[in-house]
Design a protein around this ligand. Structure first.
Ligand code: ZN
Length: 366
């Protein structure tokens, strides 16, 4: 199993320069490979598989930085294309200087080590680190991702691998969760969990700031001020949101042995109902599911994600009838066959809980 630890680092000036250069060169390679692939794809519908080595002669500056980072950039792009061909993501995008993409390097011949107060990294040497938690001895370091935020902070995310014997737990308590626009989710007992008010307030502030940015003259000092304010607010929202999602997923993992959730395809949704898709990604539903998954698995518990086409909303949780013409605006599910009258999301959550249990029994042949 894998686990990542994120720590803040404090590089000195020359280390900062090298980090910026490494990020820049990786962005360059990403864009160059993408451009070549795009051309080939438009002409033939086939995809090239270029390697960093092929670019090093034409762009010798690529030899100046950690070569493992370039190999990882190539791998990440291959993954992005795979997602595209599996219809899970859009065509990979060009990376711009504005967004903070990290670079990843791997452990080879002791080139990475966590020392007291420092982390040793390829090319950079020893970088000051604030390690706020200890790493268990049995964990094996695999890779490190170095990143810089829009607000000028530097981080490392260190990925470890470990072996763990996990005994599957019997299912005594299960829960079904349906994503809700107005709350965060509704469970199969009809309990509605609200999204933290202060994050909602921050979303509104963000909207105001973004609107005011659009009125400023690009490049002016006022403009830069607003850009920084927006980046700081984004950062704050991200922290608060992760904190909320971690606490919530911890509490659910503690209490339930089987958690069933709605499977959402954001890509399809962004075409059919863009507002809905945006709200889901703002709330961090996908992130929430990934937190739940690894937390449950390390406890021998199970997460079941519904197939995208499972009609959780359209099915009557009482008699099983399917209402094909159910509109998104219908907040109450009314079944003409059995006269069930129930909150739409509650009805869906009951279905998700039932279907999750059925899938669980099938998967583990119970
Ligand atoms: Zn019914």
């Amino acid at each position: 199993m894998n686990k990542a630890f994120k720590f803040r680092i404090y590089p000195n000036e020359s280390q900062k320069t090298l980090i910026h250069m490494t990020l820049g060169h990786n962005r360059f390679l990403w864009n160059k490979m993408l451009e070549d692939k795009q051309k080939q794809y438009e002409l033939t519908k086939n995809i090239l598989h270029p390697t960093p080595a092929q670019y090093k002669d034409a762009y010798p500056f690529l030899k100046d930085i950690d070569s493992l980072s370039l190999a990882n950039t190539q791998l990440n792009q291959e993954k992005a294309f795979k997602q595209f061909f599996n219809h899970k993501q859009d065509f990979p995008k060009f990376h711009s200087k504005k967004q903070d993409y990290g670079y990843t390097t791997n452990l080879v011949n002791n080139n990475i080590a966590l020392l007291k107060g420092f982390i040793k990294l390829p090319k950079l040497g020893e970088v000051k680190i604030k390690q706020h938690r200890a790493i268990p001895n049995e964990m094996i370091l695999k890779s490190v991702t170095v990143s810089k935020t829009g607000t000028g902070k530097y981080y490392v995310s260190i990925l470890y691998e470990y072996q763990k014997e996990i005994k599957k737990k019997d299912v005594k308590e299960s829960i079904g969760l349906d994503f809700s626009m107005t709350h965060f989710y509704v469970d199969h007992e009809g309990f509605k969990l609200d999204y933290p008010k202060d994050i909602q307030t921050d979303f509104n502030k963000l909207r105001v700031l973004q609107r005011s940015l659009s009125r400023r003259i690009k490049g002016s000092s006022n403009y830069h001020q607003k850009v920084l304010e927006i980046a700081l607010l984004h950062e704050r929202i991200r922290h608060k949101r992760d904190d909320f999602l971690h606490k919530l997923s911890n509490a659910i993992t503690k209490r339930y042995d089987l958690v069933s959730v709605e499977g959402l395809n954001l890509k399809d949704m962004s075409q059919t109902s863009p507002y809905y898709a945006k709200q889901i990604s703002r709330f961090g539903w996908t992130r929430f599911i990934s937190f739940l998954k690894y937390k449950l698995e390390t406890q021998g518990k199970t997460l079941m994600v519904m197939d995208e086409w499972y009609p959780s909303s359209k099915r009557c949780s009482c008699c099983g009838d399917i209402k094909t013409d159910l509109k998104l605006s219908e907040r109450v599910y009314h079944c003409p066959s059995c006269e069930l009258h129930l909150d739409r999301d509650h009805n869906a959550a009951i279905n998700i809980n039932k279907e999750g249990f059925r899938k669980y029994k099938l998967a583990f042949q119970l």
